[in-house]
Design a protein around this ligand. Sequence first.
Ligand code: G1P
Length: 289
Amino acid sequence: MKIRKAVIPAAGFGTRFLPATKAVPKEMLPIIDKPTIQYIVEEAVAAGIEDLLIITSRGKDALVNHFDKAFELESVLEHDGKEEMLAAARGVSDKINVHFIRQQEQKGLGHAVLYAKSFIGNEPFAVMLGDDVVVSDKPCIGQLMEQYDNCGTTVLGVQKVGMEHVSKYGIVDCEKVDGRLYELRGMVEKPKREDAPSDIAVLGRYVITPAIFNCLEKTPKGAGGEIQLTDALVMLAQKEKMYAYNFEGKRYDIGSKQGFLQATVDFALARPDLKDEFSDYIKSIVNTI
Ligand code: G1P
């Protein structure tokens, strides 16, 4: 079955970026001039996703406005013949159907994904987390969708993170099947280094079968007192085969300040309109650090 729908959970408080996130949703913080969530939505568009559900919460109306038509602004830019700005203002809004639902209480990632149950219905779907931005030739979620086409069951996007970082992620216990594909044996959310089955982490991209909703409904609070998607996936893996795919691409953890800064610098150096002046600047300060 073709993957047509994706879910982006975006209900968190964004406390790591206070005070910026007091009045502005963290997903609206820009990397250069584009809100981080737009990079994720563009990845979904590039992979052929048709319908997207963004799970928001109170105080995040800017997200809804961002994917709406900015009618007055667009007519002024159109009138003035400012084509480039017009395209930037239009963004991706006319390339994908964006739907919204509000999570009433923040009880964890698993709880947020459960809000997508009636939107998804009985088909496999993608989950894309906004804290992970991936730069790759083929869209990261598209790589997982391709794997889904072959194996017809849940596929988690993973990469090695190094043992020193395992306590930040969902860590998989898996066996290599072929090339970049692994069969999943188990998974644990944010383990201590000594308890981690590997250093292979799930990095914010999933293609999941709809049987997950039944599991999510039965999932008790887990790590951090939250209802974890990882725990529901472990339950699902007992019923269906599950795979992990070591996706190609450079992934930035933009939920951390270091990752956000790295993405900003790399993205600027990759932009034809910015790179010359910006790389001259970087070179000029390198020896002063
Ligand atoms: C979430 C997931 C975790 C995953 C991570 C990827 O954690 O619960 O399994 O490895 O995203 O970035 P969070 O970063 O929301 O705490």
